[in-house]
Design a protein around this ligand. Sequence first.
Ligand code: 13P
Length: 270
Amino acid sequence: MSPRTPTATGSVKIYRKKIIAGNWKMNKTTGEAKVLVEDIIRDIGKFDEAEIVLCPPFTSLETVSTLLSPINNIRLGAQNLNDKPSGAFTGEISAGMLKDLYVRYVIIGHSERRQFFGEDDATVNRKTIAALHAELRPIVCIGETLPQREGNTWKKVLETQLKGGLAGFTEKELTDIILAYEPVWAIGTGKTATPAQAEETHQFIRHWLAKNFSMAVSERVRIQYGGSVKPENAAELLNQPNIDGALVGGASLDARGFTAIVKNACPSPR
Ligand code: 13P
């Protein structure tokens, strides 16, 4: 489909293909990963209405990569990377190592990495640079905590994360980045942002992109929502004009749940 589709009023609307990613976090052995991926392929291996990304733990990347190699519409993602190309960094994984396994996407700055592993916006910026240099597409996560949402400082918090994480990128680089808005209070809690709340926040992020980069960038960058996305709420969330996909945690560990999210969120036009 053309990236520009005329709207009913004749103005031109940029088409952003929805992107649904499963972040498995620290779950699934290689054997379990194989079963899950085979089930997902069986159900949505030919689904073309959205870009689908699976992000298993590092230990299952090779297995999942092999299973996905004949599949066009489901891509492989990693959950983290180190910003250095190689060297004495025990326990770390470089962009080159991910490329070697045909990884295409990498999640950067997830709130769990920020909370438990001390990552800050400068780390996010360095990792995003490393990913782009290796031609991996970064999924850069931002999001506020509950006190920040309730104290009405969420805009300031997101602005700081965007400014720090995206510092120094060109417009071209920006359009290769996917943003994921994940309110920390909605992650793994069963508490989802309402579609109106999520849409308002995505709109705020898009305006920030327009103000700090350009209108063209703001229209092209895809912004995923993450935080307790389930088959039951996916359609309403992804129907919002500024929500371009989902980053799914818990519900992506079950093939039926994940494929239902993909299908509910992006109904086939046929
Ligand atoms: P849940 O879908 O389990 O809330 O997790 C969201 C998330 O953190 C995805 O990265």
